[in-house]
Each structure stands twice: as structure tokens, then as C-alpha cells.
Design a binder for this molecule. Sequence first.
Ligand code: SF4
Ligand code: SF4
Length: 165
Amino acid sequence: MSNVIGIIRALNSGVKHLAIKRFTLRYPEQKLKFVGDGFQFNPETGVGIAGLRGRHILFHEHCTGCQLCSVACEGIAEAISMVKIHETWKHNKKAIMPQIDYGKCVFCGLCVDACPFYALYMTNDYELSSFTKSALIYTPAQLAIKPNIAQDVEIKIDDRGASHG
Ligand code: SF4
Ligand code: SF4
């Protein structure tokens, strides 16, 4: 019986996708433009807000150095290390913040869910390739920079998935 339900679901999904307009993206001349913000955590509803899981953004003014993001990542990819920062924040007495290794990160978003201070979100930045492994390691200062993304083809991600105009 479960096999039959599985086949019906697969067919249903296939039929739904027949109506989706196809396009070919001439990357890197053309790039995807994600409408709206990346994946975030909504403190009001207690669940994540749909969005692209690209490179993170770290809000230093909110980060307490609690390390919960790092703990969340431990069993997943061990991509987060807590490192010393040269800034003084009253709310971050240990002066430590997360550094993320994008050579290890699997973009699961669990660190964003785990952050109790809404200091860590994800952005629409998906162009992270590099010639060296060390350039994939983003320090707290690099993570604080809002990505500047110039892109062409608009893609919207919401609770129903991704769609384009
Ligand atoms: S999104 Fe990356 S850094 Fe965050 S928990 Fe997942 S693997 Fe770790
Ligand atoms: S980003 Fe969030 S979870 Fe990670 S150390 Fe800062 S406050 Fe804690």
C-alpha cells in the first residue's frame, strides 16, 4: 500500500512540475537573483523563514559568543570555530565569535536555528568558490559584511519552494 502511495506522490509531483516554465541560465554571464532575504529564524513563530541558504551574515552587535552555533555544527560538519575578536562588546565578555569554513559547511542552517540571539542568518550569496582552501574560511569580520550581489534572473523562495518570473 505504501508503495502505491509513493508512486501517486511521485506522479503528482511530476505533473505539477510540467507547468513550470523552463529556462537556461548562461552562467556566469547571467546570474540568479534571489528575491528577499536568505534563510533566517523567526523569533515570533519559532520556525525558520524560507530563503536561500547561502553564505552567512553575522551581526556582531547581537553575538554574545555563547558558542551554540558551533555546538550545533559539531555533529554536522564541524565548520564553525570560535575565534578571538579585536572588538569590545559588553554582551560578549569572552570576545569570541564564529568563523565559518565553507570548505566544510553543508548549508544546513542548523546554526541559524541554534542562535538564541538572532545574530546569525544566511544570505543569498552563493558564489563562494576559491582557488585556495584558506580563502574559504570566513572570519567574523568577513561574515559581518553584507554581500553585494548583482544578478539577473529573479528566483523567489517561499514555503512552496523556488519559482522564477
Ligand atoms: S549551515 Fe554550515 S556552519 Fe551552519 S550548522 Fe550547517 S554546516 Fe555548520
Ligand atoms: S552567532 Fe549566535 S549562537 Fe553563535 S556565538 Fe554568536 S550569539 Fe551564540
